[in-house]
Design a protein around this ligand. Structure first.
Ligand SMILES: NC(=O)C1=CN([C@@H]2O[C@H](COP(=O)(O)OP(=O)(O)OC[C@H]3O[C@@H](n4cnc5c(N)ncnc54)[C@H](O)[C@@H]3O)[C@@H](O)[C@H]2O)C=CC1
Ligand SMILES: N[C@@H](CC=O)C(=O)O
Ligand code: NA
Length: 434
């Protein structure tokens, strides 16, 4: 008979603080749900003197994190520190000392996930990580458990709250990038180093985790093609608006139905303004999952922020606590697939290019010829009437479907051409709910 489940919290920042609140404030409710009292055994932080949350008993605070993971009276270690090291060492220590682990650390899982899943399996304990993808949205559990009888073919979605918030505020309020980033940091959406968000790496880590769960293959961060939003300018946003489109940072993972190759990518995409993902605003995330038998599923909710993320962490704590009470564990993460990874350069999409060209006779013909030489079919072409200080005009070209490799080669040739001053931007365009 288990009377209590003792939880060691590593980190009491944006997510850790709210997780502690949920555990402490709901202690009586959680006890009824678990069948044993869920109580904090210790809270490790870098500097205990900085913690002033009224729900955290000061006597529980420590900066001796490794010691906390080694204690015999700890059932669950909740890692909410972030980053690779020392988080990896703490998680492995917890697992090897017989504690189950709950973590929100997507960067860690996308780099060392399989090693940690194996350590959990070997030690007969759980590792749960619902908060690592899509914040509050239940998406890890559906991929890991609910859909495990189906064949997932594709997952596409917005999985980074910071970049979605930034793009949304720039689009709807005309605010500048730096101002909105500061705001996202103040609201607790951004990573400790926001380059992970802006550069697309946070979304790429989530894409790797989703691909691993969906395709039963070891897919790591390095397998994901990554483009962030650092090059998305006000002019790109204005161009998208003029074409009734919206720019979103998407993560797309899929398995080719013919050769079985898995592709995983993160990149900004222009979507029609009436696309369901175009309407996902602020720090919200949304993920479409396509299963062979299930058909389309959509998951939507708050993808970042202290309380929403803590909701997913607390759900994992309750689940793992129930397993400890019952003397069982959740399912393993079997990684048996040997499917190859596709080359990102072979990925196909429509693209929009913004070019700066001289207003000379024959320029359009010349540019069209370069596209034709590369076998790229132009779907729409528009020259803006206003000229810049050098007398150049913007030319917007939308293509039919073409590989990433070919569009880059085409753009290089266009950039070299006489009368072209520069290629201002190249961006994927999804014309419908593909
Ligand atoms: N903030 C968000 O919206 C979301 C965050 N996450 C993930 O949750 C984790 C935590 O993120 P935040 O709470 O935003 O970070 P944070 O920077 O607000 O908090 C980090 C905490 O870890 C503590 N810490 C750092 N090094 C430590 C060490 N060696 N020993 C003990 N404690 C240590 C710090 O004192 C602080 O309390 C990260 O893995 C992040 O990627 C996941 C989903 C959403
Ligand atoms: N920095 C992340 C936090 C949640 O995973 C984001 O902005 O989505
Ligand atoms: Na989630």
């Amino acid at each position: 008979m288990v009377d209590s489940i003792r939880v060691a919290l590593l980190g009491a920042g944006t997510v850790g603080s709210q997780t502690a609140r949920l555990i402490v404030e709901q202690a009586d409710e959680l006890e009824r749900r678990v069948g044993a009292r869920v109580e904090l055994a210790g809270v490790a932080v870098l500097d205990p003197s900085q913690i002033s949350d009224p729900w955290i008993d000061r006597a529980l605070l420590t900066d001796q994190t490794l010691e906390l993971t080694e204690r015999d009276d700890v059932d669950i270690v909740v890692e909410l520190i972030g980053g690779l090291e020392p988080a990896r060492t703490f998680v492995l220590s917890a697992l090897n000392h017989g504690a189950s682990v709950v973590t929100a650390n997507k960067a860690l899982l996308a780099k060392h996930g399989p090693e940690l899943y194996e350590a959990a399996r070997k030690n007969g304990v759980d590792i749960y990580f619902e908060a690592a993808v899509g914040g509050a949205i239940p998406i890890v559990r559906p991929l890991r458990e609910s859909m495990t009888g189906d064949r997932i073919t594709r997952i596409m979605g917005i999985v980074n709250g910071t970049t979605n918030y930034i793009l949304d505020e720039m689009t709807t309020k005309g605010l500048d990038f730096a101002t909105v980033l500061k705001d996202a940091q103040a609201k607790g959406f951004a990573e400790a180093d926001p380059t992970a968000d802006i550069g697309g790496f946070d979304a790429a880590a989530k894409a790797a985790i989703m691909a691993t769960l969906a395709f039963h293959r070891d897919v790591r961060m390095d397998d994901v093609h990554v483009e962030g939003i650092e090059h998305v300018t006000d002019s790109d946003i204005a161009a998208a608006r003029a074409m009734n489109r919206v720019i979103k940072l998407l993560a797309v993972v899929e398995q080719d139905s013919e050769n079985g190759a898995i592709s995983a990518g993160v990149y900004p995409v222009m979507l029609p303004a009436d696309h369901q993902l175009a309407k996902v605003s602020g720090s919200f995330n949304a993920v479409f999952v396509e299963g062979e038998a299930s058909d389309d599923l959509m998951f939507y909710g708050r993808g970042a922020g202290g309380a929403p993320t803590a909701s997913a962490v607390a759900g994992d704590i309750v689940t793992v606590a129930r397993h400890r009470v019952a003397g069982t564990t959740g399912p393993d993460i079997p990684l048996y697939s040997q499917a190859p990874m596709a080359d990102a350069a072979d990925g196909e999409s429509s693209y929009m290019l913004r070019l700066s060209v001289a207003d000379n006779v024959g320029v359009l013909a010349k540019v069209s010829e370069i596209f034709a030489n590369h076998g790229v079919s132009i779907r729409a072409l528009q020259q803006l009437p206003d000229e810049d200080e050098q007398g150049n005009h913007e030319l917007w070209i939308t293509t039919h479907s073409v590989t990433d490799r070919v569009i880059r080669e085409t753009a290089e040739d266009v950039a070299q051409a006489k009368d072209t001053s520069s290629v201002l931007s190249i961006m994927r365009v999804f014309e419908d709910a593909q």
